[in-house]
Design a protein around this ligand. Structure first.
Ligand code: F6P
Length: 342
């Protein structure tokens, strides 16, 4: 069998570990030929391929990013896109695809599976907002980076008696903010799931200053103030999945804190540092196991499925279970962090 592999959407530490596992088991155990498609769904759409044998995956386990490249191309938004994908798969004699991606990339995989394309999904996103799996790889790395940043910010905030607002990624879900906020000892955590009241935030900031410690406020990029309610945009730009480019909420919160409390406040945007560089051991372990199980699903012709982590087991779930609904922070989980606010 000839199997195509692609990585789509925002890159994420651990993608190369999945690719390596798919190739090592695909070639070494199942005797498949593996073909790399470049730049997400743009690869099958435009017939962009690269050789993907065991020599190509040597040494990539600890490397961040993806050797295949990525994009946010959506063939369903392009005239004749789906037919072009199908034609290119047929022309390349591709029997099945392993699609590694988040809600958008796997959303395309779900629709293609419904149209008869043989596809197995691997869930990826630093945001950890895919349903059907306990964790996605990349999340642990992002949380560790954000948590280390928070640790470092505590000492400089205290030296200067400043409030520091740390903006982390998380468009719809506050998982990175919640986990890094708890592990970093943040005094306020603001997430998209719970619109915040800026006055309450300022009261918590003042309370923290009264204890002679400097407050750290972790804010997810998709967090929204209760009044107003609109997401803060840095530009009107949207990608081909209709997602707006976010950014700026950290600065807005810092400016409000200064104005309302009189205390000095600065914003730090961790941004793409969260997504770059080497994956943690946990993410390498999870990504490797996802890759091994995805190629086994292909070997068993169990298509239209996504591999998922349940406890410590890797299971297969229908693709739609992963992409149908986002996994959001529950009120009970948020309440755990709130114990430490102020
Ligand atoms: O989906 C992963 C993610 O890192 C989100 O947390 C973030 O909103 C988005 O990608 C940023 O995308 P880009 O790098 O394309 O601006």
């Amino acid at each position: 069998m000839r199997i195509g592999v692609l990585t789509g959407g925002g890159d994420c530490p651990g993608l190369n570990a999945v690719i390596r596992a798919v190739v090592r088991k695909g070639v070494g155990v199942h005797g498949f030929e593996i073909v790399g498609f470049r730049d997400g769904w743009k690869g099958p759409l435009e017939g962009l391929t690269m050789e993907l044998g065991i020599p190509q995956v040597r040494g990539i386990l600890p490397r961040g990013g993806t050797i295949l490249g990525s994009s946010r191309t959506n063939p369903f938004k392009i005239d004749g896109g789906v037919e072009r994908v199908k034609d290119n798969l047929a022309a390349g004699s591709i029997d099945a695809l392993v699609a590694i991606g988040g809600e958008d990339t796997l959303g395309v995989a779900t629709k293609l599976a419904d149209l008869g394309v043989n596809v197995v999904g691997v869930p990826k996103t630093i945001d950890n907002d895919l349903s059907g799996t306990d964790f996605t790889f990349g999340f642990d790395t992002a949380v560790n980076i954000a948590s280390e940043a928070i640790d470092r910010l505590h000492t400089t905030a205290e030296s200067h008696h400043r409030a520091l607002v740390v903006e982390v990624m998380g468009r719809h879900a506050g998982w990175i903010a919640l986990h890094s906020g708890i592990s970093g000892g943040a005094n306020v955590v603001l997430i998209p799931e719970v619109p915040f009241d800026i006055e309450e935030v300022c009261d918590l900031v003042k309370k923290r200053f009264e204890t002679k410690y400097a407050p750290i406020i972790v804010v997810a990029e998709g967090a929204v103030p209760r009044e107003g309610g609109d997401m803060t945009l840095v530009s009107g730009e949207v990608d081909s999945f209709g997602h707006v480019r976010l950014g700026g909420i950290g600065d807005r919160v810092a400016a409000e804190i200064e104005q309302r409390t009189g205390a000095e406040a600065r914003a730090v945007v961790i941004g793409h540092v969260q997504r770059g560089g080497t994956p943690t051991a946990f993410d390498r372990w999870l990504a490797t196991r996802f890759g091994l199980h995805a190629i086994d699903a292909v070997a068993e012709q169990d298509f239209g499925k996504m591999v998922a982590l349940r406890g410590t087991d890797i299971v297969r779930v229908p693709l739609i279970e992963g992409t149908g609904e986002l996994k959001l922070v529950s009120p009970a989980e948020y309440a755990e962090a709130q114990v430490f606010f102020g």
